[in-house]
Every structure is written in structure tokens, then in C-alpha cells.
Design a protein around this ligand. Structure first.
Ligand SMILES: *Cc1c(COP(=O)(O)O)cnc(C)c1O
Length: 427
């Protein structure tokens, strides 16, 4: 990595060399207190709006207005197959074959649907391994899945926690725990990236270890999809789900994604919760008894598609693809995040005041840096907000900042550095 400098000129120079610099203009960046573009570093929570999103929804409003029920089969984008318009781009984002992905529902819903199929406890093999401090929705989903099988969460759920004095998990400890649980382990379900620390887990190694003891392995990719390159097929992951409103900019509560490895594509007997949209489409409208799932991930669909949110997702995916997909985004992302790290590190703050808990190794992180602020964290957060820098605050004392390569500039990051330096001086 080039050696960085904290000056606006240096940041402007990096921006001038950035092949993705124009993509920022394809989004609405919300204004800060001074009416100018804010420095939006919250794309890990809700991505900003693609400028094409509104027209994409309006197009479907027009179809609905003009075609009503005929819109399912007629018009420029028949709703009956609308979800298929999203398949190829989605497969590229998560490193899957088209048959392995489907866009449907919301993230937590998909997590439940997949756990129904991939958490199948028996008397001997009933444990599920997850990261301690997982996103609450994932914890609740797991807890209730376990209860659904008549098991006790305290007994069945095993949580991985960092070593004393450390903030993130060591891969060797994750793998050792999987081996230790051995034949009792039914399923591993972890984030691809932990939402709190920003740590990327070694999904390939975890999957291999899980398979070696006969467990199923899945990932919640809420913070990984659109943020880091993924190779779900090659890593041999069994199942995964993600939302699209974070790094994929597809709108609040937008439609989510699911992955089921190809080896399950032709297993209609694999237990699942079924709905008519997962039924073999050739005979779906015969309205007959007897569920016969579609091949692949499509066989997990329940309901007819949420067209309005899918229309936004399609528009957002087009921007992502135009930027060159994950490979191009990742190149810039590593540099942007390294620049933010540089600007924080050079303040030389004592660890007892502020520390970055996200790993320093670029392979173990995406966009996000999580700042653990031991004193006056809320004060720093408000100081940033007053300067038009939008990050987010996670109880009890973490500020998450995510410079996103699609729409953040080096100048944005440099501005964060200036405000942090001001705060450090007055504290
Ligand atoms: C954002 C996020 C969620 C949110 O779930 P929804 O069902 O989309 O509301 C769940 N899990 C993780 C890990 C997240 O980061």
C-alpha cells in the first residue's frame, strides 16, 4: 500500500486516480447540517438511494396501472418471472451458480426457512455453533429454531467468544471448537462478517471444518454481500442468506437473497416450508395437491414476488455491475479503509481511550472499521454528526464507520480524519 498523507491535496490526488470516482453521482447522498453532501459512512446499515431507483419503481406503478392482473404475464417485465431478472447478478455477487440463488422475502425470514432445512437435529447431533454477540435477529432465530425441536437453547447453542483481552475470534479457535463438538454438531451458522467488529470469518476453512465432522454450514451475509468477494459455491457452503439494503443499496427493508448449494438442487425430499412460488413452475397454476419444488434455491420460495422492492434491487444491481462488480469495488475498498485506518492510527490515541477493534489484516475485514471508544464515545459520535459525518453508534460504546467504494471518496475519508483529530485534541 502506498504511504498515505492526511492532507486534502493528497486525498484529492487519490480521488483523481480512482476509476470509480464518478459512481458517487449515481446516488443521492443525503445532505449534512450545512446543506452540502454529508460524508455518508453508514452504508453498512442502509445504503444510499441509486438515482435510477425511483424510475424503476414508477415503471412498475405504470405497469400495474395499465395492466393490472395482466402484468403478471404481459408488459416489458412480466411479474411472474421478475425474480429471475435478478438471478445472474446475484450469483456473481456471492460467487454462486444461478441455480444456487434466489431473491425473496427478507433476511430473517430466509434464515428461518434455511434453518428448517439445514438444522435437522437428532438425539446425538443437535448442537448449533454461532458467534457470540451475533446480530440479535440471528440469535432470536436460532433460539426459536432450537425450541421448535423441543431442545433448550442453553444446551444446544454453542457461542464462540474471543479470548480474554481480544475483540475478535481467531480462526484456529473456531476450527478447534468445531472439531471438539464433532459428532454432536448439527449446524454452524455465522456471519460472513460480524456486524459489530467488522471481522471477516474464513468461510472456506469454517465450511471445510464443519463438513469434516458431518455438520451443515451456513452464513448470514448481511454485512458481506456487496462488501467483500464471496465464493460460496467453491467454498462449498451449504446455505446462506443476506439482505440487500446495506452494501447493495436496494432500499429500506428491501427484498433479500438466499443461497443453497447446487448439491441440494435436486433433492425435492429435503424438508422445507413450502409455498406455491417454490412449486414447479410448469404446473404451478394447475393448483394441484402435492408440493413439488423447483430445482435449486428457487424451490424455497413461498410467495409471489414483491415487485416494487425487486424493481429497486434490479436498479441497484445494475449500478454495482456497471462499476465492475466486486473485484473492482474491492480494490478501492481496501485502499479507502486503509486510509481511514491510517488517519485514526496517526492520532496515537491511548488504547484506553480509543481503539480499532476491526482486524488490521485486510483479508479479515471489509469496508467497516469499528471504533471502541472507552470514554465519551457518544460525544465523539455527536461531534462527527455535527460535522456532517454519518456513521452509526452501537451500544455500549462502538462507532462504526464504513467507507463504501461505490460512493465514498478519499476526500470523505480525509474529512473524517480532520474531525477525529479535532476531537482528539480537545479530549
Ligand atoms: C442487518 C442484519 C439483520 C437484519 O435482519 P432483517 O431481517 O433484514 O431485518 C440480520 N442479521 C444481521 C447479521 C444483520 O447484519
Amino acid at each position: 500500500m502506498t504511504s498515505f498523507e492526511p492532507t486534502p491535496d493528497f486525498a484529492a490526488q487519490l480521488d483523481a486516480q480512482d476509476p470509480l470516482r464518478e459512481f458517487r453521482h449515481q446516488f443521492h447522498i443525503p445532505p449534512g447540517p450545512d446543506g452540502q453532501d454529508s460524508v455518508y459512512m453508514c452504508g453498512n446499515s442502509l445504503g444510499v438511494q441509486p438515482r435510477t431507483a425511483r424510475a424503476a419503481v414508477e415503471r412498475q406503478f405504470t405497469n400495474w396501472e395499465q395492466l393490472a392482473v395482466e402484468g403478471h404475464f404481459l408488459g416489458d417485465t412480466p411479474w411472474m418471472n421478475f425474480h429471475e431478472r435478478l438471478t445472474d447478478a446475484t450469483a456473481r455477487i456471492v460467487g454462486a451458480r444461478p441455480v444456487e440463488v434466489v431473491v425473496m422475502n427478507n433476511l430473517t425470514t430466509n434464515l428461518h426457512l434455511l434453518l428448517v432445512s439445514f438444522y435437522r437435529p437428532t438425539i446425538a447431533r443437535y448442537k448449533v455453533l454461532m458467534e457470540g454477540g451475533a446480530f440479535p435477529s440471528d440469535q432470536y432465530a436460532l433460539e426459536t429454531q432450537v425450541r421448535m425441536h423441543g431442545l433448550s437453547p442453553d444446551d444446544a447453542i454453542v457461542e464462540l467468544v474471543p479470548r480474554p483481552g481480544e475483540h475478535t475470534l481467531r480462526t484456529e479457535d473456531i476450527l478447534a471448537k468445531i472439531e471438539e463438538l464433532g459428532g454432536t454438531l448439527a449446524t454452524v451458522i455465522m456471519g460472513g462478517i460480524n456486524y459489530y467488529t467488522g471481522q471477516v470469518y474464513d468461510m472456506a476453512a469454517i465450511t471445510a471444518a464443519g463438513h469434516a465432522v458431518g455438520a451443515k454450514v451456513g452464513f448470514d451475509l448481511a454485512h458481506a454481500a456487496g462488501n467483500i468477494p464471496l465464493q460460496l459455491h467453491d467454498w462449498d457452503v451449504d446455505f446462506a442468506c443476506w439482505c440487500t439494503y446495506k452494501y447493495l443499496n436496494s432500499g429500506p427493508g428491501g427484498v433479500a437473497g438466499a443461497f443453497v448449494h447446487e448439491r441440494f438442487a435436486d433433492q425435492p425430499e429435503l424438508l422445507r416450508l413450502a409455498g406455491w412460488w417454490g412449486h414447479d413452475e410448469k404446473v404451478r397454476f394447475k393448483m394441484q395437491k402435492g408440493f413439488r419444488p423447483m430445482r435449486g434455491a428457487a424451490g424455497w420460495q413461498l410467495s409471489n414476488s414483491a415487485i416494487l422492492t425487486m424493481a429497486v434491487h434490479e436498479a441497484a444491481l445494475a449500478v454495482h455491475e456497471a462499476a465492475g462488480g466486486m473485484a473492482a469495488l474491492r480494490r478501492k475498498s481496501e485502499q479507502l479503509t486503509a486510509y481511514l485506518e491510517f488517519l485514526i492510527t496517526r492520532l496515537n490515541l491511548p488504547k484506553t481511550q480509543l481503539e480499532i477493534i476491526t482486524p488490521t489484516d485486510p483479508a479479515q475485514r471489509g469496508c467497516q472499521l469499528s471504533l471502541l471508544v472507552h470514554h465519551n464515545g457518544r460525544d465523539l459520535f455527536e461531534h462527527l454528526a455535527a460535522a456532517g459525518i454519518i456513521g452509526d453508534w452501537r451500544e455500549p460504546n462502538v462507532i462504526r464507520l464504513a467507507p463504501v467504494p461505490l460512493y465514498n471518496s478519499f476526500r470523505d475519508v480525509q474529512r473524517v480524519g480532520v474531525v477525529l483529530a479535532e476531537w482528539a485534541e480537545s479530549n
